[in-house]
Design a protein around this ligand. Structure first.
Ligand code: CDP
Ligand code: ZN
Length: 207
């Protein structure tokens, strides 16, 4: 059953149901048509999918600090079963989340010796493969790395370029931000590093 109308907010002030043709651009109409249900039991085919990812790793001496596949000079690195790349884990989970798939820990259990010391781009590439298989491409990605130290701004461009390449995406749709944690809690006390990401996927036939 195709949707007959779209619930609108913002342009109409309060939320209400408005006729599709009068409020949506031609492209949005096409997108809306894709939100179709073959039957009540089937999942909708969404034109856009949004996903959120979060990850946190303990920092310890004796580990390399790898963020977005880039080696960052620092006195500590992330403790992990894999290479501990907090950014790639976060983005992997954001993409899996957008696709409503199991999370990174379910797909690549840290109890499996196969993933010991594994490069995290393996996880991300699998998420990208699943995204492609399900008929989506990356719309845009916004990431925030939270680290008291080291200063990440000198590395942001190389992180962004490497991450974009892993995603087969143009760097203009990949954003990397960095924040301290104002010296409070484990991140602020340099005992851990965290990351958040939000991703939007677009159906291939709309991109
Ligand atoms: O000023 P505000 O509290 O918003 O941010 P902050 O956490 O004090 O960080 C200030 C700026 O430093 C950020 O805008 C980042 O660009 C940069 N930064 C960084 O390069 N590396 C970090 N590990 C943390 C922050
Ligand atoms: Zn992780």
């Amino acid at each position: 059953m195709a949707l007959q109308s779209i619930r609108m907010t913002g342009a109409f002030g309060t939320s209400r149901v408005a006729p599709r043709a009068s409020v949506l651009s031609q492209r949005s109409c096409r997108a809306a048509r894709l939100v179709a249900y073959a039957s009540a039991a089937k999942a909708p085919i969404l034109p856009y999918r949004v996903g959120h990812g979060f990850d946190l790793h303990r920092l310890a001496e004796g580990y390399k600090l790898i963020i977005g596949g880039i080696d960052i000079p620092h006195t500590k690195g992330c403790e992990a079963h894999s290479d501990g790349d907090v950014l790639l884990h976060t983005v992997t989970d954001a993409i899996l989340g957008a696709l409503c798939l199991p999370d990174i820990g379910q797909l690549f259990p840290d109890t499996d010796p196969k993933w010991k010391g594994a490069r995290s781009d393996i996880f991300l590439k699998e998420a990208v493969r699943l995204m492609d298989e399900k008929g989506y491409v990356l719309g845009n990605l916004d990431c925030t790395i939270i680290a008291q130290k080291p200063k990440l701004s000198p590395h942001k461009e190389s992180i962004r370029n490497n991450l974009s390449a892993l995603l087969s995406a143009d760097p203009s749709v990949v954003n990397i931000k960095a924040k301290t944690h104002e010296k409070v809690d484990s991140i602020g006390e340099e005992r851990s590093i965290g990351c958040h990401a939000v991703v939007m996927l677009i159906r291939k036939d709309l991109s």
